[in-house]
Ligand binder design. Structure first.
Ligand SMILES: C[S@@+](CC[C@H](N)C(=O)[O-])C[C@H]1O[C@@H](n2cnc3c(N)ncnc32)[C@H](O)[C@@H]1O
Length: 201
């Protein structure tokens, strides 16, 4: 992910010191659904270059929140130099989080699981959609295991026919389902965010 077109969000991200314009998607999600209030432990899947983790930690700091922790996972390394940021380099299709958590101890349960994971696009629509769907399923499986009851998930999907299958699955395990396309999403992007609010206990 990089800053390409020098649009409004690109300029704003630069001014505010965010590594990518994606940070503003969380602003919009929070403005609409208020799911971040009171959350302290975050799992940020597909976190590179790091703007979502930056957004979470900067927001916590500005609100005087104590001990906010983010565990980021990505294929590519991320350096943020922010207190509370932990990082694992790995492929979520293969990573054994049980082993990882053994070494991290206290980070075992999360208030919020985020996934902005996106496959490298091939330009072949069905392939890209299928890969994105696979990453959504992995994020949902991970949340099923590691998200606290009453916690929330936010997961990116390249919109496809599988949308309704994922919606069904989220409604089974969360009290509320929302689908949201932020204004800050680029117009040519097919992304949509699936939101599960209040995981059933
Ligand atoms: C759109 S970017 C994320 C941007 C990030 N949320 C931010 O705000 O800086 C998508 C990321 O998903 C990561 N990704 C894709 N497949 C993955 C996988 N199987 N395991 C872990 N990360 C993956 C990519 O490496 C890429 O960095």
């Amino acid at each position: 992910m990089s800053f390409t077109p020098k649009d409004h969000y690109y300029k704003k991200a630069k001014e505010m010191g965010f590594k990518a314009r994606s940070a503003f998607k969380l602003d919009e999600i929070e403005d609409k659904y208020h799911i971040f209030k009171g959350a302290h432990r975050f799992l940020d899947l597909g976190c590179s270059p790091g703007s979502w983790s930056q957004w979470i930690l900067k927001r916590a700091e500005s609100m005087g929140a104590q001990s906010c922790e983010v565990l980021g996972v990505d294929l590519t390394p991320v350096e943020l130099g922010l207190k509370g940021f932990h990082f694992i380099q790995g492929d979520m299709r293969e990573l054994n989080l049980n082993q990882v958590f053994e070494s991290l101890g206290s980070l075992q349960r999360f208030d919020i699981v985020l996934s902005d994971m996106a496959p490298k696009t091939t330009g072949i629509k069905l392939t890209d959609q299928a890969r994105s769907f696979e990453l959504c399923e992995i994020a949902l499986d991970t949340a099923q295991k590691w998200l606290k009851p009453s916690g929330h998930v936010v997961i990116k999907l390249f919109h496809s026919e599988e949308f309704s299958e994922l919606k069904k699955r989220i409604l089974l395990n969360y009290k509320r389902f929302e689908a949201f396309r932020p204004k800050s999403t680029r117009s040519m992007s097919k992304e949509i965010f699936l939101i599960g609010i209040n995981k059933k206990g």
